[in-house]
Each structure stands twice: as C-alpha cells, then as structure tokens.
Design a protein around this ligand. Sequence first.
Ligand SMILES: Nc1ncnc2c1ncn2[C@@H]1O[C@H](COP(=O)(O)OP(=O)(O)OP(=O)(O)O)[C@@H](O)[C@H]1O
Ligand SMILES: [Mg+2]
Length: 164
Amino acid sequence: METLKNQISIEFDAISENERLARVVIAAFLAGIDPTLDELEDVKTAVSEAVTNAVIHGYKENGGKVVLRASLSTDEKLTVDIIDYGVGIANVEQAMQPLFTTGVPSERSGMGFSFMEAFMDGLEVESTPREGTSVHMWKHFAKRQTTGTKPILQAAVWNRTGRE
Ligand SMILES: Nc1ncnc2c1ncn2[C@@H]1O[C@H](COP(=O)(O)OP(=O)(O)OP(=O)(O)O)[C@@H](O)[C@H]1O
Ligand SMILES: [Mg+2]
C-alpha cells in the first residue's frame, strides 16, 4: 500500500531566475531516493518546462506567483504540481499538441508539454482562462538497494555530517 513519505510546497516569484531554483529544489527533494542521473535530469527538465510556461505564458513575463508542490510515496512515486494564477489556457488539448505554440516562433518551439509527457510517466493539465493553470505530473522510481553498496568512505563522511 502506498502512503505518503514526504511532501513539500513552495511559492516563488514568476521570474526566469526561479526556473533554476525549481530545478534545484526538485533535485534536492529526490536526493533521498537516490535517482539515476538520467531520471534526475528528466524530472528537472519537466519541472523547468512547466515553470518556464508559467513565467512566459501564464504571466506574460509580468510576474506573479508560482507554486511547486511535490510528494513522494513509500512506493517511490513522485508527484509534482506546478501551479500559476495567470491567464490560463482556452484549449488545453490543442496547447498540448507537439509544435503548438502561441509564443514568438523564433523563441518557442511548442515542445514543452511534449517533453513533460516524455520525461514523466504521466501528465495532466487543468486550466481555466483568467484563473490559471495547474500542471500535474508523476513518475515512478525503481526501489534501490542502498545498504552495503556505498563506498565505505562515503558512508563514513555521511555519518559524521549527520546526513544519514
Ligand atoms: N502556464 C501556462 N499558462 C498559459 N498558457 C500556457 C501555459 N503553459 C502552456 N501554455 C500554452 O500552451 C502552449 C504550448 O506550451 P509548450 O510548453 O508545449 O510550448 P511553448 O512554451 O510554446 O514552446 P517551448 O516550450 O518549446 O519553448 C504555449 O505556447 C501556451 O500557449
Ligand atoms: Mg513551453
């Protein structure tokens, strides 16, 4: 049975600098389950695509607030929600089509939602015009066998700094 192991919620300004912040936050949140570098990169990319969309499309670069929620269950399922209170999307199905963009074609390729879909196990988008957009994504991680596999020196350092 899956139960919740950890959950976070942070709110930050909708400015492009915070795309990096969101990547760092989600990476730190996942550190406890020891993801592979590929898994980590996939989740970071999906999260930064959603945050970029909130900044650029949701708030049209005029600022606002973005909420990042993440939760991890005991069966190693990660869920992430990226929420904005911006302009919203009139036609979500159309917006999620590969190559569809309302942005400047020289700057945007219309591939953000496709990346989120490809890099996560699931993606759901809810949006209401003039109220905002909520992007819900999830991914399963394989259970790792961590005991006995760490180099002894690394384990000793972790004990000393109280990290494990
Ligand atoms: N948070 C949001 N608020 C309002 N509109 C959004 C939001 N996210 C996406 N959209 C709409 O969905 C379209 C498709 O988004 P998607 O991320 O797939 O492509 P893009 O952002 O246009 O280009 P790319 O991500 O490749 O730079 C956007 O052009 C925009 O019209
Ligand atoms: Mg995008």
